[in-house]
Structures are given as structure tokens and as C-alpha cells.
Design a protein around this ligand. Sequence first.
Ligand SMILES: [Fe+2]
Ligand SMILES: [Fe+2]
Length: 314
Amino acid sequence: MTSDRLSTTDLLRELEQVVETNLNRHLATAKEWFPHEYVPWSQGSDFEGPLGGLAWHPDQSKLSEVARTSLIVNLLTEDNLPSYHHEIATLFGRDGAWGTWVHRWTAEEGRHGIAIRDYLLTTRAVDPVELERARMTHMATGFTNAYSDESTLHGIAYVSFQELATRVAHRNTGRISGDPLCEQLLARVAQDENLHMVFYRNVLGAAFDLAPDEAMRAVCEVVRTFQMPGHGIENFARKSVQIAMAGIYDLRIHHDEVVLPVLRNLKITEREGLSGDGERAREELAESLAELDRSASRFTERRDSIHARSAARA
Ligand SMILES: [Fe+2]
Ligand SMILES: [Fe+2]
């Protein structure tokens, strides 16, 4: 089958076997885990309200402000799961191996929000009223697949990068939290995100074999326009600057630890069998990567000088 004849329906059907193989690999690899085991319930107490407990105060939180910001962003991102489910069910369908994956993935993602929220509330790490209001605002906005007018391949490419980005964001948030329990929980969540990334990346790799030109074009456009899944969170720009300044997730990390590893695994530079537009897309991708690398260096230099100045003042 030549790639220019591949419709969305054909593509999904052609990939069905790869999806089934990777679904089985995923089910054999993913270890069952329980969110409640990661939450220090003994630290919990009633809040003000109908139960007449203690109102939340920032002094009760053991976490730094940036750790709180990052955890809230990660949790709100997870909270939008109904929208993500809608988008991937629309993209992949609910039948066969694709459908089984969509439901399994949704169930696994559901654990993340449960576990993180329970941890935050039990340890009084964040303002519960602010958190709930932010969740309502965020979910009311929803999440829309930015590539819904593009090909299914765009969607598969997006989730391949997004799962790895989410993994890194969770892992690094845990690391800077200063709380071993938080780190342990987020490391567990990050393991799930990694397996999700492997699933989508393998499907994307198979799509490259089927339709190299379209796959290269999709990857090129997704890398150029990538946004984190939580980008619709209120004040996301300000929050993501804080997160970047703390080295939790920044352009350097995005380039080195998210984009490049996926592209290397897909053997982007060695791929053969590309025709005109595929080759053009590969060249444009290389230009985007170079630009991303330059922006990343500019950002880290600026951050270093800001940190040096504040260290000098201190
Ligand atoms: Fe997740
Ligand atoms: Fe995930």
C-alpha cells in the first residue's frame, strides 16, 4: 500500500495488529498498584466546613511554593481526563484492540489524579479550596486535541511526546519536593507515563513503516507546535515559568529528555523510503530542533544569570 492512499480508517486498521501486540506487551509489563498505599493517611485531619476541622494555612505545608505550583499543575493536568478520554476515543475508536487500549489507558490515568489529590489533601500541601476552584475552572475549559483537523498520525505523534513530557514533569516534581513520600508517589506515577509513552511510540514507529511521508510530516508539525496537555490551566504561562526556573520542566529538558529520545528511537535521521514531502518535513524538523536547542540555551543562560544575581544579593 502506498502511503498517499492511506486514509484514517485504513491506517487504524493497518495498525490494529501492532496495537494488539503492544497492548499485550503493556498488560504483561504494567504492575498493578494501589494509590491508597502511597498516601500517609495518619498525617490527615478534618478541614473547616461541615466537619468543623482546621482551616488550611500555608504554614501547614512542608513543600516549597514552586513544588506546590508544580503539583497543582500536574494534578489539574490529570484531572482533565474526561476530555482526554473523549479525544482519544474519537481519534482511535472504541472497538477492537484500539478500544481496549483507550479504556485501559483511561483507567490507569484515573489513578494518577486520585493518588496525587489524596496525597496533597492528607499532607495539607496545598490550599484545598483554591485547588477545587482551579479544577472546576480547568475542567470547564476542557481539552481539545489541537490536531483534530489534521491526520490521526498527528494525534499519535502528540501523545508519544506528551506521555514522556508528563513522565519527566512528575519525576522532577517529586525530586524537588523535598518529601520522600511525594517523590515515591510521583516516581510511581512516572513509571505509568513511561509505559504509555512506549506504547504510543511503538505505534508511531509502525506508522512510520506504513506511511513514512505522512508520519514525518506529522512529527515535524507536532514538534514545532507542541504544548503541554495542561496548557489550558488558568495562569499556565506564569506557572510554567516558575516550573522552568526551578528546573522541573524547561526547554532544555523538553529538547534533551523528551523530543530527542523519541526521535532517536524512531530513527528519524536514518529513515529511508521518504519521497519529496517526507524529505522536506525531515529538513523542517531538523530546523525546528535547532531552533528549540537555541531557545533552550538562551533560557538556561538567562536563568543562570538570574540565579547568580540573586545569590550575589543574598
Ligand atoms: Fe497521568
Ligand atoms: Fe499517561
